[in-house]
Design a protein. Structure first.
Length: 176
């Protein structure tokens, strides 16, 4: 469902009680500015920040203004090993106005979250291991092709064969 956002040049869309799940903004070149993952609370965020920093990745706290723009109580940002921008957040300010989609009736994600996203990386194996070993994702499926390996992972109960995944050429050997 289209919704108003803080930036007049961007398009924002809701699919459940959460604020805009997808924001499309003009940019100098195509790309993702962030993929966000909700954590339970401030303690879990602090634990994950420590784990991400232990993995050698610089984490930057979000400002109060940025958190307000995202309608979250707090968040941090960093780049995963593949260079993909990631945000971890907690304390979402929900919008309980019913969702009305123009083409689909009664589509809401409910407590299952957004669904899936694809992140790419030159060294997909390292990026995959970061999501599993540091952020706690669960490996669900693997697909190999001449173009590389795709790992399908999840961070919530939703399980779809094409769910969240990391794709790219793995610099090491194929997983056993």
């Amino acid at each position: 469902m289209p919704v108003g956002g803080g930036d007049g040049d961007s398009l924002s869309f809701r699919m459940d009680d959460y604020p805009a799940r997808i924001v499309v903004s003009p940019g100098a070149q195509p790309g993702m500015t962030a993929i966000g993952f909700e954590v339970l609370d401030e303690r879990e965020l602090e634990r994950l920040v420590a784990d991400v920093e232990k993995a050698g990745i610089k984490v930057t706290p979000g400002t109060e203004a940025e958190a307000a723009d995202r309608r979250a109580t707090g968040f941090v940002k960093f780049n995963d090993p593949g260079g993909n921008p990631v945000e971890l957040f907690y304390g979402t300010v929900l919008d309980h106005v019913p969702v009305h989609t123009p083409l689909v009736s009664m589509f809401v994600t409910g407590d299952m979250g957004f669904g899936h996203a694809i992140v790419s990386a030159e060294d997909a194996r390292t990026t995959f291991e970061f999501y599993v070993n540091v952020l706690g994702f669960i490996e669900r499926n693997t697909m190999r092709s001449p173009g590389g390996t795709t790992w399908f992972m999840g961070c919530n109960p939703r399980h779809r064969p094409w769910g969240s995944c990391v794709h790219g050429r793995s610099s090491g050997t194929s997983p056993s």
